[in-house]
Design a protein around this ligand. Structure first.
Ligand SMILES: Nc1ncnc2c1ncn2[C@@H]1O[C@H](COP(=O)(O)OP(=O)(O)OP(=O)(O)O)[C@@H](O)[C@H]1O
Ligand SMILES: [Mg+2]
Length: 241
């Protein structure tokens, strides 16, 4: 569902992403891990079509971002690390805007928008302008918009930053739901505990290069530890030393 071939991104003389190869299958929740500045956000920005690669190719749902960007974008959702919403729309208007933009049938929108706003405890604020929403409320609204669309691939850049514990739990269960429905999830995160519990597979990027990729169990075996089972956190810290 998501394919990355020999992806390279150079800023000036600095290689932020260096020959990255990755595939995420339908129904797979992939956790993209790596220290600050490793190249995670750069990779998802290229996948989402808002940044051009220096070299290499990315495709989503079989559509090449370079040659068929509209079809690729229609099939995916992207939630950036800084939630952006139009400040002069209300929560309700934002959801209708997303619904219409992505051709969600009106009958579906009328049924599901109130359900989703309720689920994320935004119903009481749905008539308020988004400029008055907190960071976490904006983030939840963006997630609700993704759920309304049912895209084939979802890119999340540190999606739980700013969410309260109850919202995080709800987010995790929704993520499992959308993967069960066959979507591919590509999620950058620093929360290794969440990655360990929620992701089917993980990849670790370090200085622009993929240094580990596999199921959590496989990646854990990559580090040398001779002292029995270890947490993903210990393995991550060893591999990125
Ligand atoms: N527009 C840009 N111009 C120049 N350098 C950039 C640009 N965007 C990113 N970089 C550099 O590329 C590297 C990778 O950045 P990126 O944002 O992809 O890291 P990240 O893995 O998402 O880190 P974090 O965990 O802190 O979010 C960093 O060294 C960053 O300074
Ligand atoms: Mg980042």
């Amino acid at each position: 569902m998501i394919e990355i071939h020999n992806l390279t991104k150079v800023f000036g003389s600095f290689k932020a992403v260096d020959g990255l190869n990755l595939r995420v299958e339908p129904g797979e929740i992939f956790g993209f891990l790596g220290p600050n500045g490793a190249g995670k956000t750069t990779t998802v920005k290229i996948l989402s079509g808002i940044m051009r690669p220096t070299a290499g190719r990315v495709s989503v749902a079989g559509y090449d971002l370079a040659t068929d960007p509209l079809a690729a974008k229609r099939a995916m959702a992207y939630i950036p690390d800084e939630p952006f919403v139009y400040p002069k729309l209300t929560g309700w208007e934002f959801m209708r805007f997303i619904g219409d933009l992505y051709s969600v049938p009106l009958s579906d929108q009328k049924k599901r928008i109130p359900e989703l706003l309720e689920l994320f405890e935004l119903a009481a604020y749905s008539g308020e302008l988004l400029e008055s929403y907190s960071h976490g409320m904006k983030q939840k609204l963006l997630i609700a918009g993704v759920m309304l669309r049912r895209p084939k691939a979802v890119l999340f850049d540190e999606p739980t930053v700013g969410l309260d514990p109850k919202s995080i739990r709800r987010f995790k269960s929704l993520l499992a739901d959308i993967a069960r429905e066959g979507a591919a999830v590509f999620m950058c995160t620093h929360i290794l505990d969440m990655a360990e519990k929620l992701c089917h597979t993980v990849g670790i990027i370090y200085r622009g290069r993929l240094i580990a990729r596999g199921t959590v169990a496989e990646v854990k075996k990559m580090a040398s530890g001779a002292f029995g089972p270890r947490s993903l956190e210990e393995v991550f810290l060893e591999l990125t030393e």
